[in-house]
Design a protein around this ligand. Structure first.
Ligand code: PEP
Ligand code: MN
Length: 337
C-alpha cells in the first residue's frame, strides 16, 4: 500500500501518522518529493482502513499496491535511485561503464586491462575471482588471490572494483570490494541474497538464465528487505531456442524495468551475445533503450583468455566502442559518469 502525504502536513500530524502505521506492525519506506511524500507500507496491510486514512486532510491518495515487490516498486519510490560508488553515480541521468576481464588471471593481466579500460574511460573495473563454471574441470578463478589482485589494480588505477560472490562463506574477503556481483546462476540463491542485503554495499544483481523480470525484482526485494536499497539490476541475456548467440539479449527489459522500478538497470552485452563482434552494436542499442550503463568483458589477449575469450573485446575495440557511446549519450540525455 502507498500513502501520498501532502507537503502541507505539519510535523506533528506526520509523526502521529507514522507512529500509528508502525503501531500496526508495518514497516515504512519513505520517499520525500517536492510536492508530496510517499509512504510505502510493507507487511500485512489488511488491517489498514483505507477510508479512514483517505478522509484525513493531509492525505492526497491511498492506493493498494498489487505487485509482490514493494521496496523495489516505483510506486513506493517514484524518483530514480542513484547509487554512488567511488565518486561515480549509477542511475538517474548518469551512464556508467564497468569493464574488465571475465576472470582475473594474473597480476600483469589485471593491471594491464585495468589501465587500458581506465584510459578508454571506464569508471569501474570488473574481474571474476570466484567463477561459477558449468564444468567442474574448467578454470574456477584465482579465488582469494584474485581479490587481492583486483585490490592491487584498484590501488594502481583508482578504479572501484566489481566482483562476484558465489558463497556466503567468502564474504569476509569482500570487505574492500566496491560492488558485489550476484551472478545469473545465483539470482535465486535466497540465503546469498539475504546475506548481501546485510552488507550495506551496492549489489549488482544479474538476471537468471531463465527468470522473469518479476522474479528478478523479487530477488532485488530480498536484498532490500534486509535494509540494503543499493541494488543495480543487470540484464545479461536469457535462454531461448536461438543458437547463433550464447543467450538472447532481452532489451525490452530496460523500458519494462524502468516503468516498474526505480533501481538502475545495466546491460551485459558480453554474456548476452557471447560473440565479441556483437558487443558494440548491442551496447549502442542498450544506450538507445535507456539503460543506465554497461558491463563489458575486455581482455588484453582474448585468444588466450582462460574464460570467455570469444566474447571479450581487446582494449582497442573497447576504446572505439567508448568513443561511439560518448557520441550518442547526449542524444538520450545521459551524462557519462
Ligand atoms: C560474469 O559476469 O562473469 C558472469 C559469470 O556472468 P553471469 O552470471 O551473467 O553468467
Ligand atoms: Mn564471463
Amino acid at each position: 500500500m502507498i500513502i501520498v502525504v501532502k507537503n502541507s502536513c505539519d510535523e506533528k500530524q506526520y509523526n502521529n501518522l507514522v507512529e500509528w502505521i508502525k503501531g500496526l506492525g508495518l514497516e515504512i519506506h519513505e520517499s520525500r518529493g517536492t510536492h508530496s511524500t510517499v509512504l510505502g507500507l510493507v507487511g500485512d496491510t489488511s488491517k489498514v482502513d483505507i477510508d479512514l486514512i483517505s478522509s484525513l486532510d493531509v492525505i492526497e491518495q491511498v492506493q493498494r499496491v498489487q505487485e509482490p515487490y514493494k521496496n523495489a516498486n516505483r510506486k513506493f519510490h517514484p524518483e530514480d535511485t542513484i547509487i554512488e560508488v567511488g565518486g561515480h553515480k549509477i542511475g538517474g541521468d548518469n551512464f556508467t561503464v564497468i569493464a574488465g576481464p571475465c576472470s582475473v588471471e594474473s597480476e600483469s593481466q589485471i593491471i594491464e586491462v585495468a589501465k587500458a579500460v581506465k584510459q578508454a574511460g571506464a569508471t569501474l573495473l570488473r574481474g571474476g575471482a570466484f567463477k561459477p563454471r558449468t564444468s567442474p574441470y574448467a578454470f574456477q578463478g584465482l579465488k582469494d588471490t584474485g581479490i587481492e589482485l583486483l585490490l592491487k589494480a584498484k590501488k594502481e588505477t583508482g578504479l572501484p572494483i566489481v566482483t562476484e560472490l558465489t558463497s556466503i562463506n567468502h564474504l569476509d574477503l569482500f570487505k574492500d570490494v566496491d560492488i558485489i556481483q550476484v551472478g545469473a546462476r545465483n539470482m535465486q540463491n535466497f540465503e546469498l541474497l539475504k546475506e548481501v542485503g546485510k552488507t550495506g554495499k551496492p549489489i549488482l544483481l544479474k538476471r537468471g538464465l531463465a527468470n522473469t523480470l518479476q522474479e528478478l525484482l523479487m530477488s532485488a526485494e530480498y536484498i532490500m528487505a534486509e535494509g540494503n536499497c543499493q541494488v543495480i539490476l543487470c540484464e545479461r541475456g536469457i535462454r531461448t531456442f536461438e543458437t547463433m548467440t550464447r543467450n538472447t539479449l532481452d532489451l525490452s527489459a530496460v523500458p519494462v524495468l524502468k516503468d516498474k522500478t526505480h533501481l538502475p538497470i545495466i546491460i551485459d552485452p558480453s554474456h548476452s551475445t557471447g560473440v565479441a563482434k556483437l558487443v558494440s552494436p548491442m551496447s549502442l542499442a542498450s544506450v538507445g533503450a535507456g539503460a543506465d550503463g554497461l558491463i563489458i568483458e575486455v581482455h588484453n589477449d582474448p585468444q588466450h583468455a582462460l574464460c570467455d575469450g570469444a566474447q571479450s573485446l581487446n582494449p582497442e575495440q573497447f576504446a572505439t566502442l567508448m568513443g561511439k557511446i560518448q557520441t550518442i549519450l547526449p542524444i538520450v540525455g545521459k551524462l557519462y559518469n
